[in-house]
Design a protein around this ligand. Structure first.
Ligand code: SF4
Ligand code: SF4
Ligand code: SF4
Ligand code: FES
Length: 591
């Protein structure tokens, strides 16, 4: 530990801390802009300047190591003026009008200007070249608003291991974007939206489709049905100033009803269905491998609910496509059911239904438009809104969200279990699958504390667990004594490490969960900003709380799922399930 003072406040911090971290430990706030917690300290923007006694020049606190006896001042006149100049220069090049920008009121540049008391831009610089890239289904890049902070570059390269964005050119001509000034659709971008989640301004954002939903709701010929993903309920409240981790399931349902949706369904329902299908698929693969000794069976089996991960595997690991579960994601299972099972129930044609989903993820917009996602005969999910877009839509409707009463989602696709809730968290799909698979195989509940498989929970990048099957019932006796090994990775940089270890034969698993975004869906690219680990942990805790408060906590206990199989689907992996709920994958070029 070392001791220093920040604005005369003594503080003791670990040796390797920066001045910024020491200031935070002392309860002193220093504004930052290019900095990303634990990831990105390049000292590029100079917004975090401070004075250090004995040093002539001011230093960027996000990269300056704290030292024993250091005396730091963060709020002198010189510091304030320097920060103000830095931000004025940024504004002088900035091309954009706040009133019409989707980051208005949620923009770090705007907040900094306000915080520093900037009421005019004294410098008239040349504006950054404007170019708007709308080439992908999920994202819009507005180059004129880019402030070159490079957060997106760090996230795309280091966290996601994709490498679709680079700094290019020099000096004023520097631009951040795909190589050779290409559009995002022309390079290997998996549309995860993590760049949009960290961008401090309106330079990368989700493609806003709120107007499409308004048009559908205004069309008297259409029945408009909405589903909401498990992660929305733990984050939507942040759009209405609730602290991270506030569960707003009931208010969200009421808001959706008041927006005019004809039915409000829960993607949790199809998460339960995913467990039934995916669990059966896993057991079928294990049986083929262990009993039939079929060497062609691809193990480990990987989960397939995260569309960014699917695109990543299609681009970077095509050899592993047979290892991906053939299950569609819960969004797409629900989409197919809404336009078949539900359409039949209400006597509508699939083309008269508009199926909207609320997702934490920009890649879901891309997934809904994949050409194979039309097993109902038309596009199964028509419009995908992120959590942020839903927040804006509720505000556009002048709904006072905080005063809303709670409501329940609609039958028959609105009833779900705690196992489905935890799909939102890294490790959740694995835990949900184990709750069901173990009970099917042994007839007994998973032998862990409160149904939680703690080894696969939390924010470690790669987690492992193993479970030895004891007391397998007759049909599954081949699993008696087998130690089932599982692993969980979140963020694609970690997925890459894990797959490389599998390829090298360093690790062996039966089942692997991969989620595209850090923390899983609760940290998705379409969730309210800014998502750091404290926010992720708060949302994760809320989701486990939702799970623990449920009447049913295992997918196979969901009575509506039981009814769906009896009334319509037949059985897991049956002919109808295969047609509506399963899919295939395609090797794609690396660009
Ligand atoms: S990015 Fe921020 S500062 Fe720029 S136009 Fe949008 S709201 Fe205004
Ligand atoms: S969406 Fe994901 S893959 Fe595409 S540029 Fe952004 S961070 Fe990279
Ligand atoms: S696009 Fe956004 S995150 Fe990327 S460099 Fe520009 S301002 Fe920063
Ligand atoms: S936040 Fe420290 S230099 Fe940008």
């Amino acid at each position: 530990m070392i001791k220093l003072t920040i604005n005369n406040v003594p503080v003791e911090v670990p040796k390797e801390s920066t001045v910024l971290e020491a200031a935070r430990a002392a309860g002193v706030r220093i504004p930052t802009f290019c900095y990303l917690e634990k990831l990105h300290g390049i000292g590029a923007c100079r917004v975090c300047l401070v004075e250090v006694e004995g040093l002539r020049d001011m230093v960027a606190s996000c990269v300056m190591p704290a030292a024993e006896g250091m005396v730091v001042y963060t709020n002198t006149k010189r510091v304030r003026n320097a920060r103000k100049t830095v931000v004025e220069l940024l504004l002088s090049e900035h091309s954009g009008e706040c009133q019409t920008c989707n980051r208005n009121d949620d923009c770090e540049l705007q907040s900094l200007a306000r915080e520093l008391g900037i009421d005019e831009v004294r410098y008239q610089g040349q504006k950054t070249r404007q170019y708007i890239d709308t080439s992908t289904a999920g994202l819009v890049r507005d180059a004129g608003k880019c402030v070159m902070c490079r957060r997106c570059v760090t996230v795309c390269n280091e966290v996601q291991g994709v490498g679709a964005l680079f700094p290019q050119g020099r000096g004023f001509s520097t631009a951040i974007g795909p190589a050779f000034a290409s559009d995002l659709a022309d390079v290997t971008c998996i549309q995860c939206g993590q760049c949009a989640a960290v961008c401090p301004v309106g330079a990368i954002s989700e493609k806003d489709e709120v107007d499409l939903v308004w048009a559908a709701l205004d069309d008297p010929e259409k029945t408009v049905v909405v589903q909401t993903a498990p992660a929305i309920r733990a984050a939507l409240g942040e759009c209405f100033d609730y602290p991270p981790g506030t569960l707003v399931t009931g208010k969200m349902t009421t808001a959706l009803q008041r927006l005019g949706f004809d039915a409000v369904f829960d993607t949790d329902f199809s998460a339960d269905l995913t467990i039934m299908e995916e669990g059966t698929e896993l057991l079928t693969r294990l049986k083929k491998a262990l009993v039939d000794k079929d060497a062609s069976v691809a193990l480990p089996m990987f989960t397939s609910c995260s569309p960014g991960w699917i695109a990543f595997a299609e681009h970077f690991y095509p050899d592993f496509l047979p290892n991906l579960s053939t299950c569609k994601s819960p969004q797409q299972m629900m989409g197919a059911l809404i336009k078949t099972y539900y359409a039949q129930k209400i006597g509508k044609k699939p083309e008269d239904i508009v199926s909207v989903s609320i997702m934490p993820c920009t890649a879901k917009k891309y997934e809904a438009r994949r050409p194979e996602m039309n097993d109902s005969g038309v596009q199964d999910v028509d419009i995908v809104l992120t959590t942020r877009e839903l927040g804006r839509m509720i505000k556009q409707a002048n709904i006072d969200f905080r005063s809303l009463p709670d409501s329940e989602m609609d039958a028959p696709l609105g009833l779900s279990t705690g196992a489905a809730d935890i799909f939102a968290n890294t490790g959740g799909v694995m835990e949900a699958a184990l709750r069901t698979v173990y009970e099917i195989v042994t007839g007994r509940e998973l032998p862990v504390d409160n149904l939680h498989v703690r080894e696969v929970a939390g924010l470690d990048g790669i987690k492992e667990a193993s479970l030895t099957i004891e007391g397998a019932v007759k049909d599954w006796s081949f699993l008696e004594g087998v130690t089932v090994k599982v692993a969980v990775a979140h963020s694609l940089g970690n997925a890459r490490k894990l797959i490389e270890a599998v390829k090298a034969g360093e690790v062996q698993y039966h089942f692997v969960e991969v989620m595209t975004c850090p923390g899983g869906c609760i940290g998705g690219g379409g969730q309210p900003r800014m998502t750091n680990n404290a926010v992720r942990e708060a949302r994760i805790a809320a989701i486990y709380k939702e799970d623990e408060g449920r009447e049913y906590r295992k997918s196979h206990e969901n009575p509506q799922i039981d009814m769906l199989y009896k009334e319509y689907l037949g059985k897991p992996l049956g002919e109808k399930s295969h047609h509506l709920l399963h899919t295939k994958y395609t090797q794609r070029e690396l660009v």
